[in-house]
Design a protein around this ligand. Structure first.
Ligand SMILES: [Ca+2]
Ligand SMILES: [Ca+2]
Length: 96
């Protein structure tokens, strides 16, 4: 009678952690939830690009509605007052 061969717990576990991390970050972004964001975070850039429907590198007031957290603060984020958010304004704004 032989005992079942042990699986490699570390391998299985780390793969699970990685999968859940990817899923969690993806779904948080999809829901547009305000969360602590870093300007270096590729997810932040991705959110900007996704909201920029016409791809001109600026978020208009309409486009920014897709990012409620930014929409609420549009006037504060639009530091040059041209009624659009550049990527720089957006990234600067989410830092706090
Ligand atoms: Ca745009
Ligand atoms: Ca602006």
């Amino acid at each position: 009678m032989s005992a079942p061969k042990p699986v490699h717990p570390f391998d299985a576990c780390s793969r699970l952690v990685l999968a859940s991390w990817v899923l969690a970050s993806g779904s948080a972004l999809a829901q547009g939830r305000p969360s602590p964001a870093s300007p270096d975070d590729p997810a932040v850039i991705a959110a900007f690009v996704r909201a920029d429907l016409n791809g001109d590198g600026q978020l208009s007031r309409d486009e920014v509605q897709r990012l409620p957290a930014a929409a609420e603060q549009f006037d504060r984020l639009d530091t040059d007052g041209n009624q659009t958010l550049s990527r720089e304004e957006f990234l600067k704004g989410i830092q706090g």
